[in-house]
Design a protein around this ligand. Structure first.
Ligand SMILES: Cc1cc2nc3c(=O)[nH]c(=O)nc-3n(C[C@H](O)[C@H](O)[C@H](O)COP(=O)(O)OP(=O)(O)OC[C@H]3O[C@@H](n4cnc5c(N)ncnc54)[C@H](O)[C@@H]3O)c2cc1C
Length: 378
C-alpha cells in the first residue's frame, strides 16, 4: 500500500490544520457534566465548520471524505489535542448502522441530529450475563399492537445519562437458536420505563451506567434491519467501532509517549538503559499500530468493510497503552499516585482498555480462528 499522501489529501490536511488552529477546543474542564458539555459544544463547532461527519456521505450531511482523508482527520484531531466529539457513538457506530440497514424514513429522521449533537446516542448491548457473549442477551421485547414493550437490564452503557437514543439489542423470539431471536431497536431514553443509574469508575468518573428498562415502549418504525435480524445489525455496529477508533487511539498513544519521553529526559530517567529500552519498545509499538491502522484501511477499500485484523490492532493497542501508563507511573514517581494528576488518571483509566470494545481474550480468539485459521476452541 502506498502511504504517500496525494495532492488532494495534503490539501485536505492543510485545510483541516488551519481550521483547528483557528478553532482551538479550549481548556478541558474538570467534572463529568462540564466535560460532557465541552465535548458537545466541540461537536457543534465541528458541525458548523463542516467537520463533524467527515466520513459520512454528503447526502447525509457529511463531508464525503475518502478513507485516507478520514484517517487524516482522526490523526489531526489527536494532534490538535482535541477531544472526541460528544456523540462519538452516534457518529461512528449508530449513524453508519442506520445508513446501512435503516429505512429511508429512519435516515431522514435520525442522521442529522447525530451530526449536530442535538441528539446523543448510546449503545445498549452489554447485560449482566451477556457481555462477550452478546447473543445471550435476556432483555425482552414483546409485541403489543404496533409497539414493542421492553423489560430487562443493560450495563456499562457509556454516556446513557446524556443520551436521547439507545441502540438496543433485545430478544424478540425465545424459540429459535439464540443468535436468531434478536432484534435491533432505537429506544427513546426519555420515557418513564427507562431508568439510568451512573456507575462510578476507578478514576472517579461515571462514564458508563446501569440501564433498567421496565415497560419502555418502542414503535415498530424504530426496528432497524428487520425483526429477528438483530445479530447481523449489531455486528455492523461492532465492526465500525473497532475500525473507526483505531487512528484516533494510536495518535493519542503517540502523544502520551512523546510527553513521557520529555519527562524522562528532564528528570534523568532516560539515562537508565532499562527505561530507555522500554520507551524504545513503546515507540516501535506506536509505529506498528499506525501501520496496522493503515492496513485496516486498505482492507476496507478492498472488501468494503473492516476485517477481523482490526481485533489484532485493538489487542496490541490496549496492551501497549497499559504498559505506557505503568511506565509513566514508574518514570514520574510518587506524583503519579496522587489523585487528580494526569499520570494517575492514565494509570487507572488504562485498566479498562483490555475490556472495552471486546476483551483481549475474545480478540485473541478472533485472531486465532479468523486470521490464523486455527481450529475453534471447544
Ligand atoms: C470503559 C468501558 C465502556 C463500555 N461501554 C459500553 C457501552 O457503551 N455499551 C455496551 O453495551 N457495553 C459497554 N462496555 C461493556 C463491554 O463491552 C463488556 O465489558 C465486554 O464486552 C466484556 O463483557 P463482560 O464485562 O460481561 O465480561 P464477560 O464476557 O463476562 O467476560 C469475563 C472474562 O471472561 C473472559 N471470556 C469470556 N468469554 C470468553 C471466551 N469465549 N474465551 C476466553 N475468555 C472468555 C473475558 O475475556 C473476561 O476476561 C464497556 C466496558 C468498558 C470497560
Amino acid at each position: 500500500m502506498d502511504l504517500t499522501f496525494t495532492e488532494t489529501e495534503l490539501a485536505f490536511r492543510d485545510e483541516l490544520r488551519a481550521w483547528f488552529e483557528a478553532n482551538p477546543p479550549g481548556e478541558e474542564p474538570a467534572g463529568d457534566d462540564a466535560h460532557y458539555a465541552w465535548a458537545r459544544d466541540w461537536q457543534r463547532r465541528l458541525h458548523e465548520g463542516g467537520w463533524a461527519g467527515v466520513h459520512w456521505p454528503t447526502e447525509y450531511g457529511g463531508r464525503g471524505a475518502s478513507l485516507f482523508e478520514t484517517a487524516i482527520f482522526f490523526e489531526e484531531l489527536g494532534r490538535a489535542n482535541a477531544p472526541l466529539p460528544a456523540n462519538v457513538l452516534g457518529l461512528l457506530l449508530g449513524g453508519p448502522t442506520v445508513m446501512f440497514w435503516g429505512t429511508e424514513a429512519q435516515k431522514e429522521r435520525y442522521l442529522m441530529p447525530i451530526l449536530s449533537a442535538e441528539e446523543i446516542w448510546c449503545q445498549g448491548f452489554s447485560e449482566p450475563d451477556a457481555g462477550s457473549d452478546l447473543a445471550a442477551v435476556k432483555t425482552t421485547a414483546v409485541k403489543d399492537g404496533d409497539e414493542w414493550v421492553i423489560h430487562g437490564q443493560k450495563v456499562w452503557t457509556s454516556g446513557a445519562q446524556y443520551s436521547k437514543w439507545c441502540m438496543l439489542v433485545a430478544r424478540t423470539d425465545q424459540d429459535v437458536p439464540k443468535h436468531k431471536g434478536l432484534t435491533y431497536f432505537l429506544m427513546d431514553m426519555e420515557q418513564p420505563g427507562v431508568e439510568v443509574r451512573p456507575l462510578v469508575q476507578i478514576t472517579g468518573e461515571a462514564e458508563f451506567n446501569e440501564l433498567f428498562i421496565d415497560g419502555a415502549r418502542i414503535p415498530d418504525e424504530n426496528v432497524v434491519g428487520g425483526v429477528g435480524n438483530g445479530w447481523k445489525v449489531a455486528l455492523t455496529t461492532l465492526m465500525n467501532e473497532r475500525a473507526g477508533l483505531a487512528f484516533f487511539l494510536q495518535v493519542r498513544m503517540r502523544q502520551q509517549l512523546d510527553k513521557l519521553i520529555d519527562v524522562a529526559a528532564e528528570n534523568g530517567a532516560l539515562d537508565d538503559p532499562r527505561i530507555a529500552d522500554k520507551l524504545a519498545d513503546l515507540h516501535v509499538r506506536c509505529e506498528t499500530l499506525r501501520l496496522m491502522a493503515f492496513k485496516g484501511l486498505s482492507t476496507i477499500e478492498k472488501y468494503g468493510q473492516p476485517g477481523p485484523e482490526g481485533s489484532l490492532a485493538k489487542w496490541l493497542w490496549s496492551e501497549s497503552n497499559q504498559q505506557l501508563a505503568q511506565l509513566g507511573a514508574d518514570i514520574v514517581g510518587a506524583d503519579a499516585l496522587l489523585d487528580g494528576t494526569p499520570w494517575a488518571y492514565e494509570l487507572l483509566r488504562a485498566r479498562g482498555n483490555s475490556i472495552e470494545g471486546g476483551t483481549t481474550e475474545i480478540l485473541k480468539n478472533i485472531v486465532a480462528e479468523r486470521v490464523l485459521a486455527l481450529p475453534r476452541a471447544k
